[in-house]
Design a protein around this ligand. Structure first.
Ligand SMILES: [Zn+2]
Ligand SMILES: [Zn+2]
Length: 238
């Protein structure tokens, strides 16, 4: 069993030993539990978003309560990002595709159990919090790609250097580059890059969504009708 700890404030999984403070959210070490305790205390819930898509979240709410999405393709189930909590009796993916390194969750534990493929952009692996996951990654990507023939990955950067969004039919998975429905109100996510970089990437994202006739946005904690998302996001760019 690997030594693995989960921050209850943000949900980040730390492989190795408990850090003095969380390298992701900065909280102190008293907020960490072991991954085994995490599996005992939390479970995964599924919410159907469309015929091919389920939203996976931890229950009760863990950390930022980010969503991962399970996408049904002709070649098997692909996850976009990974839940923070490992649940053994649950569905298992054939592949996990990451938008970026912030939401890698318990991917190493799911990978060990299912032997699934794991895709992430090369630039995301330069960060110290992502490095312990390196043995888990089966596909280090360097640009746009197709996963399981149906899920199209487009690297737009902006939020992180290798930030990647995914498209399936008329759905776009764009994780946390834009934060809507926060207590603080709508905002662009400048947690790890400059506003200019995020603005440029979001403009690119809107251009692609318009071109592809996107109707639904699957974001880091909820889903949005594209036209509502576009209107609210556009206001942040003006
Ligand atoms: Zn944390
Ligand atoms: Zn992020």
């Amino acid at each position: 069993m690997v030594n693995q700890y989960v921050c209850k404030v943000c949900g980040y999984n730390i492989i190795g030993s408990i850090p003095h403070k969380c390298p992701f959210c900065g909280c102190n070490r008293s907020h960490f539990i072991t991954a085994t305790e995490c599996s005992d205390l939390y479970c995964l819930t599924e919410k159907r978003i469309s015929k091919k898509i389920l939203m996976l979240k931890t229950k009760p709410k863990l950390g930022l309560s980010h969503a991962a999405y399970a996408v049904e393709t002709l070649n098997g189930e692909v996850w976009v990002d990974c839940p923070a909590c490992f649940e053994n009796n649950t569905r298992m993916p054939k592949a996990i595709c990451f938008t970026h390194h912030h939401f890698m969750g318990a991917c190493n534990l799911y990978q060990r159990e299912s032997c699934c493929e794991v895709y992430i952009q090369e630039e995301e692996l330069q960060f110290s919090i992502a490095k312990p996951f390196l043995p888990t990654i089966t596909h280090v990507m360097t640009g746009n790609f197709w996963a399981y023939c149906e899920l199209q990955a487009l690297r737009i950067a902006g939020h992180t250097p290798g930030f990647t969004v995914f498209f399936l039919d008329d759905v776009c998975f764009c994780c946390d580059i834009v934060l809507l429905d926060n207590k603080k109100g709508d905002s662009l996510n400048t947690f790890s890059s400059s506003k200019e970089e995020v603005v440029e990437a979001v403009k690119h994202l809107i251009f692609e969504c318009d071109n592809r006739g996107v109707n639904l946005i699957c974001a880091y904690n909820s889903t949005f009708d594209y036209h509502e998302w576009r209107e609210r996001t556009q206001r942040l760019l003006d």
